[in-house]
Write a protein that binds this ligand. Structure first.
Ligand SMILES: Cc1cc2nc3c(=O)[nH]c(=O)nc-3n(C[C@H](O)[C@H](O)[C@H](O)COP(=O)(O)O)c2cc1C
Length: 211
């Protein structure tokens, strides 16, 4: 099993979303100690924004690209190869100003490529990143689960589904800014949600190893 962990918090040390993503990975590896892990920290290694230069490079045929354009496309190619190789994707996702961190948006922009990770057919769009389990650790200062203010989950559900990733498990740590007791209970709840989310996956892994 290949696990790809994507961290998107701007905080390197104290990030709850990264810690929860780490915990998800730890529990998955308990069931499959041979699992490989690739960690991409988007604030440690920021990916460039999808701007006019990037679009120009992407829409120039490969054999006509300048060395700079080829290098820019190769950066996105690297992220696409990582997710294509992954069986399991674990995302650490803080809420920033009611959206996903801009670095995570840059990553999504990089991996969303027509003809490679999705395509249009006569029957409509088809996601090409199929057969992957996705775990998303969401951290928020407030509480927005199942309300219109939770723009993150509908967005992630839509874009991940569009790319073919429909087996998505969400772990919520909400109310982290509402005092120490609320923070503690949010993290405890998130740990419980992780156990539930990985239990089913781990049963499948153990069966596959035993077979
Ligand atoms: C710049 C910034 C914007 C934030 N915006 C929101 C927000 O819109 N809603 C919310 O509930 N929490 C918001 N928060 C709180 C974070 O979601 C919360 O601190 C979370 O734990 C951050 O994730 P991390 O612990 O992985 O760094 C914001 C925090 C920062 C630093």
């Amino acid at each position: 099993m290949n696990i790809l962990q994507i961290n998107s918090s701007a905080r390197r040390e104290a990030s709850h979303s990264t810690r929860l993503a780490n915990r998800i990975v730890e529990r998955l590896r308990d069931a499959d100690p041979d699992a490989t892990l690739t960690v991409r920290d988007l604030n440690h290694a920021p990916h460039p924004v999808l701007d006019e230069v990037a679009l120009g490079a992407l829409f120039t045929p490969a054999d006509q690209r300048t060395p700079e354009q080829a290098a820019r496309v190769a950066m996105d190619d690297g992220l696409i190869a990582e997710i294509q190789a992954a069986d399991v994707v674990v995302l650490g996702v803080p809420m920033y100003n009611f959206g996903v961190p801009s670095q995570l948006k840059n990553w999504i922009d990089a991996i969303s490529r027509a003809g490679v990770t999705f395509r249009y057919t006569e029957k409509g769009p088809e996601g090409l990143l199929k057969g992957k389990a996705v775990y998303v650790a969401l951290t928020r200062g407030g509480k927005y689960r199942n309300t219109p203010a939770d723009t993150q989950v509908p967005y992630l559900q839509t874009v991940l589904g569009f790319l073919g990733m429909t087996d998505v498990h969400y772990v919520y740590a909400e109310g982290l800014a509402l005092g120490a007791a609320a923070e503690e209970s949010a993290i405890a709840s998130a740990y419980e949600q992780i156990e539930e989310a990985v239990a089913f996956a781990n049963e499948r892994i153990e069966e596959a190893i035993a077979a």
